[in-house]
Design a protein. Structure first.
Length: 278
């Protein structure tokens, strides 16, 4: 009886999961069909979910079209730069707020919590004006720097460091280890699940970000993949075909899907770490 109930539960959960995946499967399938077929209909076989006839021409044409490879590279540079910057700022600030004693610690912690309540769109105009005054727009650092100090990252790392028992640090201090060595050799390895979770979330956010690159990058050589593909899709479907539009969507989505599939266990570890301590 228990096994039968379990299988019914799995079946009940599998149906909405499959329905959620149908648009993605449909996008991939259309990207693998010739534009000549898609010009007539998008549901030739199994509602368009089976790519028959099959071709890679849409992907080959997409990367030979204009500046698409450069936009892809820009997204990689921006996403990696932002991820490394967020990790550096969040781990150091989170450790300082969680473990060190220094003047104005409490006001800084409160300021960090207040930052969680401020929507990012509220600071777009000040950020744009400040970067314009510095002459930094249309550059990589203009796309990376505004998102390096995120309150949610600092709060996440501060909470994780607070959950680590202080006995570990005290044992290291008894051996004559300084706080910098404790942070680098003891605390950071213990905080790896939280750091990996923060890195994945930051990379996903940076890769999918559209609004700030739209504001800051006016020159096409600094477009990210999301901004670049959006800029060509207005007449792209009519001029180049629906298959290449779908291929552009797959190309933009594939890196983040692969990243999550590889590192998803770290996300689970970070989510369960707080409940397993105590």
């Amino acid at each position: 009886m228990l096994n039968r109930g379990y299988y019914w539960l799995v079946l009940a959960l599998s149906i909405p999961a499959f329905l959620w995946l149908v648009p993605t499967i449909w996008m991939v399938s259309l990207s693998l069909q010739p534009n000549e077929v898609l010009a007539r209909t998008t549901s030739t076989t199994a509602l368009g979910l089976v790519p028959i006839p099959f071709t890679f021409d849409n992907y080959l044409a997409l990367f030979s079209f204009g500046q698409t490879p450069l936009w892809f590279l820009n997204s990689v540079i921006v996403a990696l730069g932002m991820t490394l910057g967020v990790l550096a700022v969040s781990t150091t600030a989170g450790y300082a707020l969680a473990r060190l004693n220094f003047p104005f610690k409490t006001p800084l912690t409160i300021l960090c919590l207040i930052g969680l309540m401020v929507p990012e769109q509220a600071v777009f105009i000040p950020l744009y004006t400040m970067f314009a005054d510095f002459g930094w727009h249309n550059s990589y650092h203009a796309l990376i720097l505004p998102r390096m100090a995120v309150p949610i990252g600092v709060f996440l790392m501060m909470s994780f460091f607070k959950a680590i028992p202080k006995d570990i640090e005290e044992a290291a201090r008894l051996d004559g280890v300084g706080w910098l060595a404790i942070f680098w050799h003891v605390m950071l390895p213990l905080a790896r699940p939280a750091m990996m979770t923060l890195a994945i979330l930051t990379f996903l956010y940076a890769w999918n970000d559209y609004l700030w690159p739209l504001v800051s990058a006016q020159q096409r050589e600094y477009f990210t993949i999301t901004l670049g593909l959006a800029s060509i899709q207005s007449n792209f479907a009519q001029s180049e075909g629906l298959g290449r539009v779908m291929a552009s969507g797959v190309i933009a989505s594939l890196p983040v899907v692969i990243l999550f599939l590889i590192f998803q266990r770290y996300v689970v570890q970070a989510m369960t770490a707080g409940g397993s301590k105590g």
